[in-house]
Ligand binder design. Structure first.
Ligand code: NDP
Length: 284
């Protein structure tokens, strides 16, 4: 039987409705949640992401501000903008759109964002909080992916989870979240030997590689939950890291691309922003 589709569109709409309700409640108390996005240069993919984030804010009744900086901006100029936003009470969430031009130091810039305004959850303090299981801001993509995994209703205790990819923004935080759910977690990467021997054991398989069709049906355990984080472009079309048509015949649940994790990422960003605004308003 073909896998059930985990529909990111429907799930993200539920989250957006909740965010909109919470934003409206804050407004009644005189606080409009505000997200500022800093965009350095004019990378076309980043432009689309930034536009979608702004649209998401407007649709949920939040303030959105985009700070555009020239591709030749210096590290000092970038960090000055971040510091201005740190001091700005109308802004509850700050996001630096990645990747930055090569001459800029991403980690140094992210470290300047106040951890409580770091709605991407990339600041080292928030990464440390996730690692130690203390409350903090969780990165949007793995947070959205976990929401989708939990929506299956399966008991995660003691399940084998395999994450392919070990980036700071997806793979590592995803592994931490699954560990917190009491899964037995394996993290695979480009040096992993015999990858399929790991993936075939997975009750939950998360692919965050960046290679179209990388996960094939023979790599998947029958009935597994397969979460496709990848966003790739092939002949102008967006596709994930999973060979969707073949894997859906083996898996129990699967996320589509587009219409899967990507939708959840923006919804979780809006959720993290309203969380930050509530904390600032002293209610969380
Ligand atoms: P990175 O390039 O930072 O990480 C890719 C990971 O895949 C690395 O850890 C790498 O291993 C691993 N990898 C590469 N080749 C292999 C291989 N042959 N076998 C096993 N592992 C391999 O990417 P990101 O984590 O930033 O993103 C991953 C994908 O997710 C991309 O397609 C990206 O566009 C997408 N993405 C989607 C989002 C969404 O909202 N849906 C948000 C963020 C990202 P190693 O560390 O050894 O190099």
């Amino acid at each position: 039987m073909a896998a059930q589709i985990l529909d990111g569109k429907t799930m993200s709409e539920e989250i957006r409705r909740e965010v909109a309700e919470r934003a409206a409640a804050l407004k009644e108390r005189g606080v409009t949640p505000g997200l500022a996005v800093i965009l350095v240069g004019n990378d076309p993919a980043s432009e689309i992401y930034v536009r979608n984030k702004g649209k998401g804010c407007e649709e949920t009744g939040m303030l959105s501000r985009t700070i555009r900086m020239d591709a030749s901006a210096s590290q000092d100029e970038l960090e000055n903008e971040i510091e201005k936003l740190n001091r700005d009470d109308a802004i509850h969430g700050i996001l630096v759109q990645l990747p930055l031009p090569a001459h800029l130091d991403e980690q140094a810039a992210l470290a300047k964002i106040l951890p409580e305004k770091d709605v991407d959850g990339f600041h080292m303090i928030n990464a440390g909080r996730l690692m130690t299981g203390t409350e903090g801001v969780v990165p949007c993509t793995p947070k959205g992916a976990l929401y989708m995994i939990r929506s299956t209703g399966i008991d995660l205790n003691g399940r084998e989870a395999v994450v392919i990819g070990r980036s700071n923004i997806v793979g590592k935080p995803m592994a931490m979240l699954l560990l917190q759910q009491n899964c037995t977690v394996t993290v695979c990467h480009s040096r992993t030997k015999d990858l399929a021997s790991h993936t075939r054991r997975a009750d939950i398989l998360v692919a965050a590689v960046g290679k179209p069709g990388f996960v094939t049906a023979d790599m998947v355990k029958p009935g597994a939950v397969v979460i496709d984080v990848g966003i790739n472009r092939v002949d102008g079309k967006v596709c994930g890291d999973v060979d969707f048509q073949a894997v859906r015949e083996v898996a129990g649940w699967i996320t589509p691309v587009p219409g899967g994790v990507g939708k959840m990422t923006i919804a979780m960003l809006l959720m993290n922003t309203v969380d930050a605004a509530e904390r600032a308003a002293g209610r969380a």
